[in-house]
Design a protein around this ligand. Structure first.
Ligand code: GTP
Ligand code: MG
Length: 213
């Protein structure tokens, strides 16, 4: 399985695509770091625990195009694969997720294309996360390109769950035994309960701090 690279100009465009998506990831990461620093300065608190970013491998891009019935061309991947550039923002509390999403929305050069709130509407697997598909302008020497980036925002607990679920999903090629799927759904419920308890505990302690100030 390979991307159709027939001419030198195709190699050139593939390299350009990678460069553009890498630049887009750098821009969004920097924006998030700045927002986190500013938040720390103003509120003495970091909403972001850590950030992970990745460029999708050409193999997974081709697989995805096939799955959706598209030919493996560079034009198709740019048009139809929305998560070539992906960034994952991990935070402590569910309230941080919406705070971070708002901060991203408020950046004047970021355009939000779509939102999927799998916290309000979890997937049947039990998966929870807040997804934003955005574009960010990448300034090249002679033009500006709007690059798509998929941003996933989730708590540490949701991330822990998603990592294990992903590993299990991969191991059983999507057909995990029913009892394992059910255990995962049960774990997702516990994760939600844990997130809610930790949030209310944190709020309570913060209120005590504020009264002392
Ligand atoms: P793909 O799932 O990427 O084909 O696109 P989509 O349009 O369905 O996007 P969606 O927002 O549903 O999911 C995109 C990404 O979210 C995936 O690539 C995963 O990283 C993550 N994700 C979605 N569902 C699950 C899930 O059930 N378990 C885990 N572990 N991750 C998930
Ligand atoms: Mg999906």
């Amino acid at each position: 399985m390979e991307l159709k690279i027939e001419r030198d100009s195709d190699i050139e465009s593939w390299m350009e695509v990678t460069l553009v998506y890498n630049s887009a990831l750098k821009q969004i990461s920097t924006k998030l770091e700045i927002l986190n620093d500013e938040f720390q300065h103003v509120h003495r608190y970091n909403p972001i625990e850590h950030i992970k970013s990745r460029i999708k491998t050409s193999e997974s891009i081709v697989k995805k195009l096939r799955r959706h019935g598209y030919e493996s061309t560079i034009q198709n991947m740019v048009q139809y694969v929305n998560d070539i550039a992906g960034i994952r923002v991990i935070c402590s509390f569910t309230s941080d997720i919406y705070r971070i999403a708002d901060m991203i929305r408020n950046q004047s050069d970021i355009r939000v294309i779509s939102i999927k709130d799998y916290i309000v509407n979890p997937k049947p697997s039990g998966y929870k996360s807040y997804h934003m598909l955005v574009t960010v302008p990448v300034y090249l020497s002679d033009r500006i390109i709007d690059a798509k980036v998929e941003i996933q925002i989730r708590t540490v607990a949701m991330d822990f769950w998603a990592s294990l679920e992903h590993k299990i999903h991969y191991k059983f090629e999507g057909n995990a035994p029913a009892h394992i799927k059910n255990e995962l759904i049960d774990c997702a419920r516990m994760v939600a309960e844990l997130d809610a308890k930790m949030l209310s505990l944190n709020e309570e302690v913060r209120n005590i701090d504020q009264r002392k100030d």
